[in-house]
Design a protein around this ligand. Structure first.
Ligand code: CTP
Ligand code: MG
Length: 231
């Protein structure tokens, strides 16, 4: 079976508050989204990469690779939705004719430019053909508190993980899970939709470099990891 990437990149970046969508902000020498796409182009395991942007996105064409460095392995889908989940669902429907039910789809946030080929390989290798798929995630290292009505409690962190992306499922399972989800805003990752079917995706250890760039201060951290690669 083939492995393809699907990158939701139709968000507005409200928390970044940069004036333009955060996926187009420079991280070092390249726009954030170009780093993200290049991670998949650098992996020999990924057959094709699909990028979902909003219908009126004016930035994407200037950001993608040209014919000499991989353009034929990237397709832009101008079908972004109102939420992350809807953007992914629209993208999956748009590529229906190109994919088989058994192909594996790696859904990955445009806003995680620190992904690299080694992490992609780890996810694919460790998830294998697990029927519920798998996702990169990080064990929680901090002490965790839960605030309730009558005070706070310390939550045992031993079994707590922070979900990252990519999250990998067969095309058929991902479509089934997202089509079944009724509250798009409540589904903040794809694994949640699969879990709602009663399945348990495999947790595969990710890396701090794969952080989601959400707030202005995250830009500097992503720059640090990506600059270290270039040197
Ligand atoms: N995304 C998307 N379509 C949406 C909303 C989000 O494709 N309607 C994408 C974003 O572009 C991003 C990923 O989903 O790559 C993760 O979302 P997030 O980090 O929340 O990005 P934004 O929604 O753009 O940021 P914010 O929530 O701060 O507005
Ligand atoms: Mg968002």
């Amino acid at each position: 079976t083939r492995h393809v990437a699907l990158i939701p990149a139709a968000g507005v970046g409200a928390r970044m508050a940069a004036g333009s969508p955060k996926q187009y902000l420079p991280i070092g020498a390249k726009p954030m989204l170009r780093h993200t796409v290049d991670a998949f182009l650098s992996s020999p395991l990924i057959a094709h990469t699909y990028v979902v942007v909003s219908a009126d996105d004016p930035f994407i064409d200037a950001v993608l690779p040209d014919a000499s460095d991989g353009a034929s392995r990237v397709t832009v889908l101008r079908c972004g939705g109102a939420t992350r989940m809807e953007s992914i669902r629209n993208g999956l429907h748009a590529v229906r004719a190109a994919l088989a039910d058994t192909d594996h789809v790696l859904v990955h946030d445009a806003a995680r430019p620190g992904l690299n080929a080694a992490l992609i390989e780890r996810l694919i290798t460790e998830t294998g053909d697990h029927p519920a798929g798998g996702l990169l995630a990080l064990p929680v290292v901090d002490t965790v508190k839960r605030r309730g009505d009558d005070g706070i409690a310390t939550v045992d962190r031993a079994n707590l993980w922070l979900a990252q992306t990519p999250q990998m499922f067969t095309y058929a399972l991902l479509c089934r899970a997202l089509d079944a989800a009724t509250d798009p805003a409540a589904i903040t990752d794809d694994a949640s939709a699969v879990q709602a079917l009663g399945l348990a995706p495999r947790l595969v250890e990710g890396h701090p470099r794969n952080l989601k760039v959400t707030l202005p201060s995250d830009i500097r951290i992503a720059e640090m990891y990506l600059a270290a690669d270039a040197s």
